[in-house]
Design a protein around this ligand. Structure first.
Ligand code: DC
Length: 218
């Protein structure tokens, strides 16, 4: 198995930015696994179905093609809610496991999500659990929306994140939880550069993880 870096944590904690930078640093492919659930939810909505319906959502997960992840309509409140609904269905999660594992064949990969270090790659050499205060995460998501020119209400955005966090944490199937061997990184108040530097420090200080890949950097 190549080097697998598993990055988990709640919404808007800074996982994606960090994962992308780590992937570039280590020369590994990157998979945002949230896109799998978003695209599955979107396929269900396209067909006029209910994302909470197990059979429909499972069939959509099985029919998912890599090109579906590149769709332009996978973000926004409707896509968020549909993704969260399908993500709580065990059959959907099972159908998406192979895709994620195959993605890391070869040199390895950086993957971010909610259950990468616990379920998808419990044997990953490096696991980071990335968090930030709910206020910081709400504010970050709000800034993102502003940057895209989408008017949004800060309190509403923060409320939507809280609901999604709760759904992700409370579900029976692969709930959001830190793996016991995950390194914790709290990005509250950190900019992307500082979060990246801290993540590299954590990885460097952890013994036994792919030393040849980790030792080489200053
Ligand atoms: O990371 P995100 O916001 O794009 O994730 C979308 C939804 O999918 C979110 O409700 C959590 C869920 N998800 C999951 O259950 N497991 C993953 N590995 C990734 C995302």
């Amino acid at each position: 198995m190549g080097l697998i870096i598993a990055i988990d944590g709640p919404a808007a904690a800074g996982k994606g930015t960090l994962a992308r930078r780590l992937a570039a640093y280590f020369g590994l492919p990157y998979l945002d696994t949230g896109l799998l659930y978003r695209a599955t939810g979107r396929l269900v909505l396209d067909a006029g179905g209910d994302p909470a319906d197990h059979a429909t959502a499972e069939a959509a997960a099985r029919a998912l093609r890599p090109g579906d992840l590149a769709r332009g309509d996978l973000r926004g409140p409707q896509a968020d809610a549909a993704a969260s609904a399908v993500a709580s269905i065990p059959g959907v999660r099972a159908a998406l496991l192979d895709f994620q594992r195959r993605f890391a064949d070869g040199p390895g990969a950086v993957l971010d999500g909610r259950d990468i270090g616990t379920i998808v790659f419990p044997q990953a050499q490096a696991k980071l659990f990335v968090t930030a205060s709910p206020e910081a995460r709400g504010h970050r998501r709000w800034l993102e929306l502003q940057g895209k020119g989408q008017a949004a209400d800060l309190a509403e955005v923060a409320g939507q994140i809280r609901v999604r966090d709760q759904q992700d944490r409370d579900r029976a199937a692969a709930p959001l939880v830190a793996a016991p061997d995950a390194l914790l990184l709290d990005t509250t108040g950190l900019d992307a550069d500082t979060a990246f530097a801290k993540a590299l420090d954590l990885l460097r200080n952890k013994r036994g993880i792919a030393p040849a890949r980790i030792v080489g950097f200053a």
